[in-house]
Design a protein around this ligand. Structure first.
Ligand SMILES: [Zn+2]
Length: 375
């Protein structure tokens, strides 16, 4: 029995019965709620292979961070990649994440060491955290080239679950984007792009992605992470693109911490926030999620792999007031705890979601199929 707890979308306090790993019953009780019970978190965008890897100075921009991380990647052993990933997965689990999707760099700098190390970490936390690996073709791996294609195919064969890429950084971004879709379709895997991670409207790719997904019948198989430039293109283009993204069944992942930190960064105070059009996408029926992205590394010196922090920053940075949107964003689409649901829960010492976001209390209890799990 769990409780008394408060639950999202309900007034009062409740006790929960668990049977067979599911929430079997929910009873209203006349007692003060001790904690808030939320659906377990799903952090769908992190970089476990580089987590906690700091450089000698902070990055001045996304492009600067990509340069700063070169030496770190080149000199990291498989064991180091493994240690970083385990540390990140345990950190996320402690906060309540039972599902974590991590991109793993696929290029000549990390070799195959990164994927092997992070896959070993996935094995270490199996049964506690469900880890999805994205084979992330970086700036140095263009899937539109023969060499890039071979490298990506090797990564998929080595155990990656999805294919990822950053088409904007290649010589022909459109060709790169389309090649990734074709490779993913041939391998029967999903795709998660780093797309339009810029406040520049030029080179905008999200509309092309939606068109290409629809043309291939890949609806529901594709995720677009970042999509910052959607907030920079003209309103007509934005509205047309949002409708196409909805039709293509594309999930959009906003990364508020990274976008607020790196976008429009320079000597002057930023004028642009770098966050995608969260409210407009949600209104069109697009699944929008909030991820942690980089944690304590070259790209972002802060962060703690805490989904409550990602939701709090989305509330601040993108003015997301709707608590169901915030919850769906960090709970893999779940917003309620109902009888028949998996008893995958995180108990937070907070009075309400607002209170939980404001304070992000430590000492959470994480339940998987009704059993307490620890890092
Ligand atoms: Zn990322």
């Amino acid at each position: 029995m769990i409780g008394p707890v408060s639950l999202p979308g309900r007034e009062g306090a409740y006790e929960l019965d668990v049977a067979g790993g599911l929430v079997a019953a929910i009873r209203r009780v006349d007692a003060p709620a001790e904690q808030l019970a939320l659906p377990a978190f799903a952090d769908l965008h992190v970089h476990a292979d580089r987590a906690f890897a700091r450089a000698s100075r902070p990055a001045r921009s996304l492009a600067d961070a990509i340069e700063l991380v070169v030496e770190i990647k080149r000199t990291s052993t498989e064991e180091v990649f493994h240690e970083r990933a385990v540390r990140l997965f345990r950190r996320g689990l402690g906060h309540g994440s039972l599902r974590i999707r991590t991109h793993v760099d696929v290029d000549e700098l990390s070799g195959e060491r990164a994927l092997r190390g992070v896959a070993a970490a996935r094995d270490d936390v199996a049964g506690r955290v469900d880890v999805e690996l994205v084979a992330f073709a970086t700036k140095y791996t263009d899937p539109a080239t023969t060499a890039g294609e071979r490298r990506v195919e090797r990564a998929l064969a080595a155990g990656a679950d999805l294919l990822g890429a950053v088409p904007r950084l290649h010589s022909d971004p459109a060709a790169s984007l389309e090649r990734v879709l074709d490779l993913a379709r041939a391998a029967d895997v999903g795709v998660d792009f780093h797309l339009d991670e810029t406040v520049e409207a030029s080179g905008f790719q999200l509309e092309h992605l939606a068109d290409a997904v629809l043309a291939r019948g890949m609806e529901g198989r594709v995720t677009a992470s970042h999509c910052c430039a959607l907030a920079s293109v003209d309103p007509a283009t934005a509205a047309r693109t949002v409708a196409k993204v909805a039709a293509a069944g594309i999930t959009v992942i906003a990364l508020p911490a990274l976008n607020l930190f790196l976008e429009d960064r320079g000597e002057a105070t930023p004028r642009l926030r770098g966050l995608t059009l969260v409210s407009e996408l949600v209104a069109a029926g697009v699944p929008v999620r909030f991820g942690s992205d980089n944690v304590g590394d070259v790209f972002y010196p802060y962060g703690d792999a805490d989904p409550l922090e990602a939701a709090w920053l989305a509330a601040l940075g993108a003015h997301v007031d709707d608590e169901d949107v915030l919850l769906a964003g960090i709970c893999g689409g779940r917003t309620r705890v109902e009888p028949g649901d998996p008893a995958d829960l995180v108990l937070v010492a907070a009075e309400s979601l607002r209170d939980a976001l404001a304070r992000r209390p430590a000492g959470r209890t994480v339940l998987r199929a009704g059993e307490v799990v620890r890092g």
